[in-house]
Design a protein around this ligand. Sequence first.
Ligand SMILES: Nc1ncnc2c1ncn2[C@@H]1O[C@H](COP(=O)(O)OP(=O)(O)OP(=O)(O)O)[C@@H](O)[C@H]1O
Ligand SMILES: [Mg+2]
Length: 244
Amino acid sequence: MPIRIEHVGRDFGPLRVLDDVSLAIEDGTFVTVLGASGCGKTTLLNMVAGLSPPSRGRILLDGKPIAGPGPDRVVVFQQPGLYPWLTLRDNVAFGLRMRSARQIEWPRVDEVIAVMGLRGFESHRPYELSGGMQQRVALARALVMQPRVLLMDEPFAALDAQTRHNMQRFLLELWEKIQATVLFITHDIDEAILLGDRVVVMGARPGRIVLEQSVPLSRPRQWEMSLEPAFIDLKRQALHILAG
Ligand SMILES: Nc1ncnc2c1ncn2[C@@H]1O[C@H](COP(=O)(O)OP(=O)(O)OP(=O)(O)O)[C@@H](O)[C@H]1O
Ligand SMILES: [Mg+2]
């Protein structure tokens, strides 16, 4: 599902948070967004999610203006936001239950649980899981919906380095299967380059796009690619902008 962000601006009262942001995301591409804290990344993602409207410009999904949240777009936030009273399995199935109360495809739920490395914990409640496991449940809950569009707001920021690497691998493997259109916000330059087909770097006050660059690395991606000159070049450009 292609996304077109056209000359979008967003104000909160007198504060101009985003100004003239334009971005075209082709169907099935993975776009990562970097930018300093407070530059408007979450604001942009929330508008694509349909949680808040632009002040100026428009956002089109499949050629139609976004009028609100929809089942075609699933959001993963930095905090897992699980339901404490539900088991892991019921948390993963939650979105499917909302979509169709009668038929939950449990084999699909269990497959995603297995892929996320959560087998054996199906009947645990969130408080019985580590932070990394909870975030994997949140990701499983999103992916089981097989969304056309996946909107991710620093989903791995709270994780330790090892879990984070595992999650990046899981996400790329799954993305290659479901071919969703992904908008992924991160503070981590390496993560942005390693995951993305394209990297967008935003500047602040007002938030705008300063750099938009294709990532010249083949897929499947491996961590070792961060040692390649093309990777380092792009990292240097991003660092230069972020250092401001
Ligand atoms: N609902 C709101 N009402 C008023 N101001 C808001 C609202 N949402 C965001 N802002 C302001 O807009 C600016 C951008 O916020 P946003 O959350 O989009 O930044 P961000 O780039 O996601 O930052 P971070 O990397 O810290 O998550 C901030 O100055 C923030 O205070
Ligand atoms: Mg944010």
